[in-house]
Design a protein around this ligand. Structure first.
Ligand code: DGJ
Length: 536
């Protein structure tokens, strides 16, 4: 086993030095007292199983201006024989991340990976008596560990705790590892809940008092789906799962979610006891029209978020993985109930570069991370690299908190102009191709544009992004607003450096702020107001 770093004395009173902290009305990731935005990318599933294979990809990933890699830790390699741990892959990853000056978010591929239990060690897979599997309605077993397997949970806790202890011993000082994902896309297939004899006996028990108390205490803030289900059956104070939530898929999913969340919570708590890093779980978002069991049900999904939050108090957040669904719709749902947003997976394509501005600017997300980052090439690689460079520069302004407000927008043809109110001004943000003369305006497909806008003082703004046109109007009809000056700037070591005065064609002779499609810029915009009507 390869050991890196030096082991430090640790007591339960030590804190990891990595935490989530509320700033104004959102959560920020703080590492050793300094805020940090994760400009990340997640590795494909298999590439981290051989460091010799993975190593050459680190410089490529670094060249895209990532500051963090999300990387799997496979249980089958971590504990190939029961109680014998091998940390060499984890150590190799930490070494490479440090060499390339990057942080790591580790993904614990433990009991479940995309519903299945494919990453469990072979000594577990081959002993279904000790580590029971789920059975479907035909009585056929699946390679999905039952959530009710007591020994399975104990084994998972033990392995995860060993991992966290090892990270603390080797990384406490350097803090290369900054967060950990517990399991991967937990979700029940092919039914909404397990239907074994054991599962049925749990289902016939009373809903645990802990959940009933949570429902009572938070009854005014419950998310609509759960509230409606509970009210539909008379807002009961106690009773079996079927009495409180009815019969059918809905109740089944709630029941299964409670036990998944409790399981993940116990694993997280066992790990945090060793080393208290922020931890989260991720979810596969359901496709429209699918029923629980057809989609991986009972995972940390918005409609059962309350169940997860009630059961899993050791988890810091619930995170969505984006493949096809509507970014805004799901991000809105995942930021209800005070859940901090972190996007561990986003389908890797050209639109990621624009989405990063929206997700970090609008939702104040802890970070953003396209999936299978080692495969980014061509335009996708270039665009993401440029967005990350720009966000990295403006993050210095975001962190100094000397701003009035900031926001982020995702802009494409179908959205038309979006309005954003900032102080006394109404901003209209459109795709750059809405300028009829833009090269590409006649193309049938418009690339996604994205921008982050920071209002520094009443009349000073930072506009950072790609492919947008912005106009500023005064909300006071007695005033007209024009551009006093628009400068392209860069931000280095906390200092703004002037690059170019953008006037004439670049701001359409003072009519609007513009960043061309295919261009990434930071612009500092100063406004002035004049009386709208003048008696001549
Ligand atoms: C979501 C999972 O979390 C990832 O590990 C991967 O399987 C992707 N889906 C798709 O390849």
């Amino acid at each position: 086993m390869l050991l890196i770093g030096s082991s430090v004395a640790f007591s339960q009173t030590d804190v990891s030095g990595v935490q989530l902290k509320k700033v104004r009305d959102f959560s920020q990731l703080i590492i050793n007292g300094k805020p940090f935005i994760i400009l990340g990318g997640e590795l494909g599933n298999s590439i981290a199983s051989n460091m010799e294979y993975l190593k050459p990809f680190f410089p490529k990933i670094k060249s895209m201006n990532l500051n963090t890699v999300l990387a799997p830790v496979y249980w089958e390699f971590l504990e190939p024989e029961e109680n014998k741990f091998d940390f060499s892959l984890v150590d190799g990853m930490i070494t490479e991340a440090r060499k390339n000056d990057m942080k790591l978010v580790l993904l614990w591929f433990g009991s479940w990976k995309n519903s299945m239990s494919c990453y469990a060690p072979s000594w577990m897979k081959t002993n279904s008596k000790r580590f029971p599997r789920t059975v479907d309605s035909n009585g056929r077993s699946h390679e999905i560990f039952s959530v009710f397997g007591k020994e399975t949970l104990e084994a998972d806790k033990k392995a995860f705790a060993a991992l966290m202890k090892h990270i603390r011993e080797t990384d406490f000082q350097q803090k290369t590892v900054i967060m950990v994902q517990v399991e991967n896309e937990i979700g029940m297939l092919t039914t909404a809940r397990e239907i074994s004899k054991t599962a049925n006996s749990y289902f016939n028990e009373n809903v645990p008092p802990e959940l009933m108390t949570y429902l009572q205490k938070n009854k005014d803030m419950l998310l609509p789906e759960l509230k409606q289900k509970w009210q539909q059956y008379g807002s009961k104070q106690n009773g079996t799962w079927a009495t409180v939530f009815g019969e059918g898929d809905g109740a089944d999913e709630i029941f299964q979610a409670w036990y998944y969340a409790k399981y993940a919570n116990e694993v997280a708590a066992a790990g945090k006891k060793e080393y208290n890093l922020p931890m989260f779980v991720n979810a596969a978002l359901p496709r429209p029209g699918k029923r629980p069991g057809e989609y991986p049900s009972a995972g940390p999904l918005p409609h059962i978020m309350d169940i997860w939050q009630a059961a899993a108090t050791s988890l810091d957040m619930l995170s969505p993985d984006f493949y096809n669904p509507d970014t805004k719709y799901w991000c809105d749902l995942y930021t209800t109930n005070g859940n901090p947003l972190f996007v561990p997976e986003m389908k890797l394509d050209e639109s990621c570069a624009a989405k990063a501005f929206f997700i970090i600017g609008h939702y104040k997300a802890l970070g953003f991370s396209p999936f299978s980052i080692e495969n980014a090439d061509g335009k996708v690689k270039e665009a993401l690299g440029k967005s990350y460079d720009i966000i990295n520069q403006v993050s210095e302004i975001l962190f100094n908190r000397k701003w009035l407000s900031y926001d982020g927008l995702l802009v494409d043809k179908k959205d038309g102009a979006q309005q954003l109110q900032m102080g006394n001004y109404m901003l209209k943000v459109s795709h750059e191709y809405t300028m009829g003369w833009s090269a590409g305006a006649k193309d049938s497909v418009w690339p996604s544009s994205g921008v982050m806008i920071i209002q520094l003082t009443e009349k000073e703004f930072i506009v950072a992004g790609t492919g947008v046109v912005i106009t500023f109007e005064n909300k006071d009809q007695n005033k007209v607003t024009n551009l006093l000056a628009v400068d392209e700037i860069e931000i280095k070591a906390g200092k703004e450096n002037f690059l170019l005065r953008l006037n004439g064609d670049e701001d359409h002779q003072g009519r609007h702020v513009r960043i061309a499609t295919g261009n990434w810029q930071i612009q500092k915009v100063r406004l002035y107001d004049s009386p709208a009507k003048v008696d001549q």
